[in-house]
Design a protein around this ligand. Structure first.
Ligand SMILES: [Zn+2]
Length: 714
């Protein structure tokens, strides 16, 4: 694109008792092509130096009024009514790697945050990683004033001063930070899958085991295509290698949620461990709250990641021995700058808080207007620049005009949070809230998360029906017996029910009772989105109290219909091992329904007025501990079918079939397609229409499907 836009975020400092935040957006449009057309020295270092000077001078002049305030302060009336003299400091700057390098005026390939030499950003000594001094604005200033150009270049600096050279404190290098979008998310495909994992898999299968490459990739695609559906999970119905055009970042994120389950049995152990460490880094970097323990985990995962990847005896370094991968970039010193940036995550959290805002997701959205302008132009180089400037000026003028209009909007109640309760976060001061905090901590002591259930207004077509007719309609013999058993067990658990012998047997109840049943296709669940890690680390909750809302489906009873799986907390279960799954059960839904409530007290039996939310479920047995390669619990389908209360469901879970070894999936799909082939029309079932729950007995409990379950089940 002809114009370059840079966005500077300027945060204001904070005093001990309040925090004042100011974020400014500045746009600079440099129509560089206009210069380039008349400039024939553009390949020279002098010309590039001149461009850098122009660039920094423009920004410096634009921010001049702020620099005065940085030196002399500016008087601001704060929210507590007191007027204070405040000094703005350039605090946080969000940008991708290329922009960071330009703004910090450092040489491409060097790290903007440390002085590690280019080409060896992760220097290893005999005792592990050698620590490298950080790069700061003060050092940069000293170096530019005292060193000659060749020495400067050895430290990765250009001679050109940055726009913030005369700022009294801080500067652009100090304010640079990670970019989760282009690092944790985008490097997953660009570096990890394409340069490390795919060559490793192909080296193992197509060169050592002589399986053709296309069969290996087809197997991976087949596994993606029959992945069971789940709320919020993208399905790759044609796989990921089948498609020729590049994937987008949100699609990489979707792949990350299932990749370990897909590659189990195909990828050698080393690759699985590397992937796992990468996913751990990705999830930990997105934590909304951190302490030294969690940052220790993050640093540990980064160390392990590099150890596995650059192990001198490991497979990744030896990929080059294979003629096909002789161009492999992985060596004992390989560390691309975007992956090396992980090293600065922990220090960045310690300095400025968690990384949730450190992503160019927030700033790239402003490129939309430029892209829209480019798309609307005739795309001829001579015209496109002018068109973009006119278009953007017009839109900007319109926005300014709209922002000056006065709208009659009812003011919101500032002291309340979304749910109408007083906003506890506003009490974030140093005294007077200790009791509140104690209450909060006690609430967290509960083992199970509380979940709210909402039913749809209408039942499935054809219902309500009696339990008897429902049993024959869904073809599940034993439904009524399971229902009666549920009511009987519930009555036995009632504390006031002393006359246990008087309760009847299931068979007796079957003869007497035939309650009405409303079958539904889905329910919505809400549970707190707060990070369960807080409880584990005994941190005070500072996260947004918003809820996660998800839908769980149980849409029918034929082999095609989607029937989700759920996690249920069982406080009565005897525990042999201490794990997050020790007191939990996993069920697949067979039917979601409401039933007339039944009271069994002593010998009296009654049908109540209300309805009770229930689910007919089939149980999976859970393995005692996580699988060593994937970090997921193993599940096996059992024959046990029962009725549970919908209230006991904690949340939905995604299950990934255990696909087995290479080519198992392709063979299985062919067999299913052959078996289900329509004898009259000869129609073959589409690969992505195959319901994996019908064709697999063993599964993994996907603990990578969203941040909540990652922190919940481990
Ligand atoms: Zn660095």
């Amino acid at each position: 694109m002809a114009s370059v836009s840079y966005q500077i975020n300027v945060q204001r400092g904070w005093s001990h008792c309040f925090r004042f935040l100011m974020v400014c957006y500045f746009y600079f449009y440099f129509p560089s092509d206009i210069f380039l057309e008349v400039e024939d020295n553009k390949g020279t270092e002098e010309y590039r130096g001149y461009c850098r000077d122009v660039f920094h001078t423009v920004i410096q002049e634009t921010l001049r009024p702020l620099v005065d305030a940085m030196h002399n302060g500016v008087s601001i009336r704060c929210s507590d009514g007191v007027e204070r003299l405040c000094f703005p400091v350039l605090c946080q700057y969000i940008a991708d790697m290329e922009e960071q390098v330009v703004l910090a005026s450092i040489v491409k390939g060097w790290c903007p945050k440390c002085l590690a030499p280019t080409g060896e950003l992760e220097p290893q000594g005999p005792r592990g990683r050698i620590s490298v001094p950080p790069r700061t604005d003060a050092d940069a200033r000293n170096a530019r004033r005292n060193l000659d150009p060749s020495d400067l270049r050895e430290q990765g600096y250009h001679v050109n001063e940055t726009f913030c050279a005369d700022y009294p404190c801080g500067g652009i290098i100090d304010s640079l930070g990670p970019d989760l979008l282009h690092q944790a998310a985008k490097c997953f495909w660009d570096h990890l899958l394409e340069k490390c994992i795919k060559p490793l898999i192909l080296d193992y299968w197509s060169d050592q085991k002589k399986v053709p490459e296309r069969r290996v990739l087809a197997e991976i695609d087949a596994r993606f295509s029959i992945m069971p559906k789940y709320f919020g999970l993208r399905r790759f119905t044609k796989g990921i290698y089948n498609k020729q055009h590049p994937w987008m970042v949100h699609e990489y994120r979707a792949m990350m949620k299932v990749i370990l389950g897909v590659l189990a049995g195909i990828c050698p152990k080393e690759g699985m461990l590397l992937l796992r460490e990468y996913l751990i880094i990705n999830y930990l970097s997105q934590y909304p709250v951190h302490n030294d323990t969690s940052l220790g985990w993050l640093d540990g995962a980064i160390d392990t990641f590099w150890k596995i990847l650059r192990n001198p005896k490991g497979s990744f370094v030896h990929l080059k021995d294979n003629v096909r991968f002789k161009d492999s970039v992985i060596t004992e010193t390989w560390a691309p700058s975007k992956l090396h940036y992980f090293r600065h995550y922990a220090e960045c959290v310690r300095e400025k808080g968690t990384l949730t805002s450190y992503s160019t997701d927030r700033t790239e959205i402003w490129h939309k207007i430029l892209k829209a302008a480019y798309n609307r132009s005739n795309k001829i180089p001579d015209h496109v620049n002018k068109f973009i400037v006119t278009y953007v000026s017009r839109i900007t003028a319109f926005r300014i005009r709209v922002s000056t209009l006065e709208f009659d909007v009812a003011s919101e109640d500032g002291g309340s949070s979304a749910n109408g309760e007083p906003d506890r976060r506003s009490l974030d001061s140093d005294s007077g809230v200790e009791e509140d905090e104690m209450v909060t901590m006690e609430e967290f002591e509960e083992d199970s998360i509380s979940t709210l259930v909402s039913w749809p207004k209408k039942a499935r077509k054809g219902w309500p029906k009696s339990a008897n007719s429902t049993e024959s309609a869904i073809g599940c013999i034993g439904f009524r017996a399971a229902l009666m058993k549920y009511f009987l067990q519930k009555a036995r658990r009632q504390p006031n029910n002393t006359n246990g012998e008087a309760l009847r047997s299931v068979n007796e109840l079957l003869e007497i009772l035939d309650p009405t049943v409303w079958v539904h296709n889905c329910v919505s669940l809400r549970y707190s989105a707060s990070n369960p890690l807080e409880k584990h680390l005994s941190l005070q909750s500072k996260t947004d109290p918003d809820c996660v809302k998800e839908y769980i489906r149980c849409a029918g009873h034929d082999s095609q219909s989607r029937r989700d799986c759920v996690l249920v907390y069982d406080g009565h279960k005897s525990v042999r091992t201490a794990s997050t799954m020790a007191r939990r059960k996993v069920y697949q839904l067979l039917m979601l329904f409401q039933c007339e409530s039944i009271t069994l007290e002593g010998s009296s039996i009654g049908v109540g007025m209300g309805r009770e939310g229930l689910a007919l479920v089939q149980e999976f047995s859970v393995g005692p501990k996580c699988d060593a390669n994937t970090g997921m619990y193993s599940l096996a389908r059992t024959e046990k079918v029962e009725v549970i209360s919908i209230e006991s469901i904690e949340r939905g879970v995604h299950l990934i079939p255990k696909f087995g070894g290479l080519l198992h999936t392709l063979t299985r799909i062919k067999r299913v397609q052959r078996d289900t082939r329509d004898s009259e029309t000869g129609k073959i079932m589409k690969q992505s229409d195959i319901n994996a729950f019908h064709h697999y007995e063993r599964f993994f409990l996907n603990s990578w499907s969203d941040p909540h379950i990652y922190n919940f089940i481990w």
